[in-house]
Design a protein around this ligand. Structure first.
Ligand code: IYR
Length: 228
């Protein structure tokens, strides 16, 4: 090792039993998360969103450059602008404006089971849209110049931690990825070197909200893991 500065690192010591219980409990809670497409306008305390972004901001990242920005949209005007631009893109994607769909038949068939379409009312109903940006350049100083590393991986991990924290706080979430989504840079007033990655729609589920049964089908452990 070179002579970089260090500070001590230790975690609370758990017995194996405690460790298993905590892992199983947490996994069971995370397992309850569903992508929700029906939101209530009920307000959510800003402190919850701040805590979730702080959790996301603690994610590991390439060279610890933390190449992310979270723009929290609550203004009705900006939410409407995002909805209008997103739905315009989605109408082309689904072909619901009468044009040939941008999505191929296979993709459209895969989405049919989830019941998605070009209408995105939740972009206006939910109290918060957290728009996630990846900083292609910028370093810690966010100078727009310094090289960043493993940007997609870093931002993906941060989004996972954000979703987990919001779920733990009892909120519903939806990851929405209009395509293309360059318009988000303008609505969120972000610089050119940042790339919009996704909108995390956040709030309480609407009364009577449902999720597609298909969403409950998760691959079993023995299919998603192997021990060598
Ligand atoms: N962006 C579109 C399409 C869409 C694509 C995938 I892959 C999904 O899992 C869900 C939707 C939309 O939001 O409708």
């Amino acid at each position: 090792m070179n002579d970089h500065e260090t500070v001590p690192y230790a975690l609370p010591e758990l017995t194996d039993d405690e460790s298993i219980h905590r892992a199983v409990d947490f996994a069971e809670r995370l397992n309850q998360r569903r992508t929700c497409r029906w939101f209530s306008p009920q307000p959510v305390p800003r402190a919850v969103i701040d805590a979730a972004i702080a959790a996301a901001g603690s994610a590991p990242s390439g060279a610890n450059h933390q190449p992310w920005h979270f723009a929290v949209i609550s203004s009705p005007d900006r939410k409407r602008a995002i909805r209008q631009a997103a739905e315009a893109e989605e109408r082309q994607f689904y072909g619901s404006n009468g044009s040939t769909p941008k999505a191929g038949d296979e993709w459209l068939a895969a989405l049919r089971e989830l019941g998605t379409d070009a209408d995105k009312p939740f972009l206006e109903t939910a109290p918060y849209l957290i728009v996630v940006f990846a900083q292609r350049k910028g370093g810690i100083a966010e100078d727009g110049q310094t090289q960043n590393y493993y940007v997609s991986e870093s931002v993906g991990i941060a989004c996972g931690m954000l979703l987990a924290t919001l779920h733990e706080a009892g909120l519903a979430t939806l990851t929405h990825t209009p395509s293309p989504m360059g318009f988000l840079r303008r609505v969120c007033e972000r610089p050119a070197w940042e790339k919009p990655v996704m909108i995390i729609v956040t709030g309480h589920p609407a009364a009577g909200a449902t999720v597609p049964s298909r969403a409950l089908l998760k691959k079993p452990l023995n299919q998603i893991s192997s021990w060598l």
